[in-house]
Design a protein around this ligand. Structure first.
Ligand SMILES: *[C@@H]1O[C@H](CO)[C@@H](O)[C@H](O)[C@H]1NC(C)=O
Ligand SMILES: *[C@@H]1O[C@H](CO)[C@@H](O)[C@H](O)[C@H]1NC(C)=O
Ligand SMILES: *[C@@H]1O[C@H](CO)[C@@H](O)[C@H](O)[C@H]1NC(C)=O
Ligand SMILES: *[C@@H]1O[C@H](CO)[C@@H](O)[C@H](O)[C@H]1NC(C)=O
Ligand SMILES: *[C@@H]1O[C@H](CO)[C@@H](O)[C@H](O)[C@H]1NC(C)=O
Ligand SMILES: *[C@@H]1O[C@H](CO)[C@@H](O)[C@H](O)[C@H]1NC(C)=O
Ligand SMILES: *[C@@H]1O[C@H](CO)[C@@H](O)[C@H](O)[C@H]1NC(C)=O
Ligand SMILES: [Cu+2]
Length: 564
């Protein structure tokens, strides 16, 4: 650890009211490696040659230092998804938001300050489509000497759900950006980097999870897929959800889960089935798009009992999963999660709000000369929040804000859409489809009690948009189908035990309301976690001003930030 990191850690400890945790150091070598296990791609971006990348382990309140060396032939940045990085936006990672990219041959050291996270968060590249293969879990156990709020599991497994393009994720992205059309469907979903038995490529590469009868296992499931929520289930077993996004939830038993891109779910699995059978765990797309625009095959791994009994059959049992477009099954699950709301895990949701934002989430179109693009009707696909389609600035917003460099971004991200139309109508006038392009942020006072309502729209095509906020978790206080009703809907908010999340899927043609207190000063990206929607501009930035107190100010920048 170099001197500056040590200084940052010390500053953090001084600023923290809690005892300081341990510091863990890692090296990430970002490199292109020839792929061996999967189908046909020539090379993939990896960290330390691994796909998925290495999992990091820590306890609540620890600090992780990761030295990233970019040996690849392209720019990269790494984001620590779900880590609040209190007062430390410098090391949050999104390209052109909090830093300039790490160029080929360059190195950059991230200090990842864990605070209230407990459970599973993760890390991933935050540029282009690199996150398809550059990702891994961050396992945050309870503070040393304390326990899980559930019986201690016998063993833990990280289950990374991913998405795979045979020709390489960035090749597919570049083509889509040059034509303006849809991003080609991926070729497979994966569990821990392997598609599993039901795909033609790699039955030898199916992930196997050995279990002992009578024991309970903790599965840390991360949806690292780029385009799709996934239904996930283990044949013949019920799972108990105990955590999500690095926060605990009230135990929830379910035959299946639905997990959107960016979410994590911690599941207890009791190995209580006959040990003479094999059981698939399977993930399959949740999507409204037409069949063919996403892989319809389920990705599988095998739960295998350690037993002396001969197997009844070598053919594993398959779980039944909800149908691809089963919105009721998806929303039933997503909105059944609740915070523990007890003395050990209290809820601190703002009961009243100082400032609210109503954000229409939309896919859009830009006109092309002679309708020459590959989007609908010859247009180019874009996406927006409140009709502003976000454009990356030439230097990062954090640097521009901190150093007072003008002309990089505007502060006019609106707190409401320019028009109130029927957001969820079946047919929308074509005149609404064209967004404004811009780099607009919203500046918030330190400590403001915020409410943000994300309103899904049916412009171009509806979808379930997993909205993700950096630097914070938020309480999910309400949701519904159709248009949000400011008079009626807040009356049925859950202010007792709302789940505390950093990513929430806005149901198709519906809305979600979240609340949080803006007490982490900095520059924080807010975006849809479907990667192509983010790249099309379904983003904005919340800048939270410094507060008055000494512990309410953004930490000084590291001595070295990558230059643009
Ligand atoms: C995307 O799909 C289209 C249609 O199947 C195909 O012609 C094109 O080559 C694909 N692009 C890439 C980069 O694989
Ligand atoms: C789901 O897909 C099926 C088969 O494609 C279709 O019949 C049904 O209408 C779809 N349901 C919804 C809600 O779109
Ligand atoms: C969703 O929940 C409602 C109410 O609990 C129930 O009636 C319905 O059957 C559930 N639908 C699915 C698909 O699970
Ligand atoms: C909005 O559109 C939906 C779907 O087409 C329709 O059911 C609803 O009545 C419309 N609402 C209003 C206020 O027009
Ligand atoms: C977005 O802004 C453009 C340009 O002002 C306008 O034409 C379009 O109707 C707006 N769309 C929505 C949904 O507000
Ligand atoms: C394409 O154009 C047709 C005819 O103007 C229109 O009805 C349709 O809604 C358009 N679709 C999209 C997605 O723009
Ligand atoms: C890599 O990052 C540098 C610095 O921001 C930028 O100038 C360059 O265009 C980027 N390269 C690519 C291929 O995006
Ligand atoms: Cu989206």
């Amino acid at each position: 650890m170099d001197f500056l990191c040590l200084l940052l850690v010390l500053l953090h400890c001084l600023a923290s009211t809690q005892a300081c945790g341990k510091t863990h150091s890692h090296v990430f070598n970002v490199e292109e490696v020839p792929r061996t296990r999967l189908c046909r791609t020539k090379s993939i971006m990896t960290v330390n040659g691994q796909f998925p990348g290495p999992n990091l382990h820590a306890h609540r309140g620890d600090t992780i230092v990761v030295k990233v060396h970019n040996h690849a032939s392209k720019n990269v940045t790494i984001h620590w998804h779900g880590v609040k990085q209190p007062r430390n936006p410098w090391l949050d990672g999104p390209e052109f938001i909090t830093q300039c990219p790490i160029k080929p041959g360059a190195s950059f050291t991230y200090t990842i300050i864990l605070s209230t996270e407990e459970g599973t968060v993760w890390w991933h590249a935050h540029n282009d489509f690199d996150r398809a293969t550059v990702h891994g879990a961050i396992v945050v156990r309870p503070r040393r000497g304390t326990r899980y709020p559930f019986p201690h599991p016998f063993q833990e497994f990280v289950i990374m759900l991913g998405e795979w393009w045979n020709r390489g994720a960035n090749v597919i992205l570049e083509e889509a950006l040059s034509t303006g059309g849809e991003v080609n469907s991926s070729d497979a979903f994966t569990i821990n980097g392997r598609p599993g038995d039901l795909y033609p490529c790699s039955s030898a590469g199916t992930f196997r999870m050995p279990v002992e009868h009578g024991k309970t296992y903790l599965l840390r499931v991360v949806n690292a897929a780029m385009s799709n929520g996934l239904f996930f289930s283990v044949a013949s077993h019920t799972v108990v959800v105990v955590g999500s996004d690095g926060n605990y939830v009230k135990p929830l038993s379910s035959d299946y889960i639905m997990i959107t891109p960016g979410e994590t779910m911690d599941l207890l699995l009791e190995a209580n089935q006959p040990p003479d059978a094999l059981y698939y765990m399977a993930g399959r797309a949740f999507s409204y798009l037409s069949l063919g625009s996403f892989p319809t095959t389920a990705t599988t791994a095998i739960v295998e009992y350690v037993s002396d009994l001969p197997l009844e059959s070598t053919k594993p049992l398959l779980p039944t999963l909800p149908y691809y477009n089963d919105t009721a099954a998806a929303t039933n699950f997503s909105f059944a999660l609740r915070s523990p709301a007890n003395a050990a895990h209290p809820v601190d949701v703002p009961k009243t709000v100082d400032q609210d934002m109503f954000i229409a989430v939309a896919i859009n179109e830009l006109e092309c000369p002679q309708a020459s693009c590959a989007g609908p009707n010859g247009t180019r696909l874009r996406a927006s929040l409140n009709n502003i389609s976000f454009v990356d600035p030439p230097i990062d917003i954090l640097e521009a804000y901190y150093a007072g460099i003008g002309g990089v971004f505007g502060e006019n991200f609106p707190s409401m859409p320019p028009y109130y139309y029927n957001f969820t109508a079946t047919d929308q006038p074509l005149s609404l489809l064209l967004p404004t392009l811009g780099t607009e942020v919203r500046v918030l006072e330190y400590g403001a009690r915020m409410e943000v309502v994300f309103q899904g729209t049916s412009l171009v095509m509806g979808d379930n948009h997993p909205m993700h906020l950096h630097g914070y978790s938020f309480y999910v206080v309400g949701w519904g189908y159709g248009n949000f009703d400011k008079k009626r809907d807040p009356l049925r908010y859950n202010l007792q035990d709302p789940p505390f999340k950093n990513t929430i899927g806005v149901p198709i043609n519906g809305w979600v309301a979240v609340r949080f207190t803006a007490n982490n000063p900095g520059v924080w990206f807010m975006h849809c976690h479907i990667e192509r929607h983010m790249i099309w501009g379904m983003n904005t930035v919340l800048i939270v001003k410094d507060g008055e107190g000494p512990k309410e100010k953004v930490l000084p920048p590291p001595r070295y930030m990558p230059p643009c």
